[in-house]
Design a protein around this ligand. Structure first.
Ligand code: AMP
Length: 144
């Protein structure tokens, strides 16, 4: 299965914040949108980073006054992204190896077309396991 299939049900909306937004604004946005990460876009719309709740926790642990600091002071600038044809099966490995739970999807024209989270990947795997289970049950009870 390709990542584009996840986006076809989940949608292509990606919530973002400006690098100059404050960490307090970021926390409010993560909370109200019920998401774990936001894409950081500059005024031209270019992706300049990604910032997750993990960065907020790390920032607060080292200095509580970080709430008034700019998002760019805690974001990750080197964004790991994938294209829509990326295999969902390979996404688990990518997330585990890079220790990230959010991956933006960028098409070959450089356009941000979605963001997949570890929750999306787990849901796909659960659905696959349920389909396999149902097929096996049918095989066992009806003799194939
Ligand atoms: P997460 O597990 O997604 O909450 O993020 C853990 C750390 O990885 C945080 O420092 C994030 O800024 C960073 N991070 C999350 N997603 C990505 C990504 N796609 N590319 C690069 N860094 C990321």
């Amino acid at each position: 299965m390709h990542v584009s299939q996840i986006l076809s049900t989940k949608g292509t909306d990606v919530h973002s914040i400006a690098p100059t937004g404050t960490v307090a604004e970021l926390a409010a946005e993560l909370n109200s949108r019920r998401v774990g990460a936001l894409i950081v876009k500059d005024s031209s719309g270019a992706v300049v980073g990604i910032v997750s709740e993990r960065d907020v926790v790390r920032g607060l642990a080292s200095d509580a006054s970080v709430v008034n600091a700019a998002v760019e002071s805690i974001m990750t600038k080197d964004v790991v992204s994938i294209d829509p044809d990326f295999e969902v099966a390979d996404l688990t490995r990518l997330m585990t190896e890079k220790r990230i739970r959010h991956v933006p999807v960028i098409d070959n024209g450089g356009v941000l077309v979605g963001l997949v989270s570890i929750g999306d990947v787990v849901k796909v795997r659960m659905d696959e396991l349920e389909t396999e289970r149902a097929a096996l049950m049918e095989y066992i009870t009806q003799g194939g």
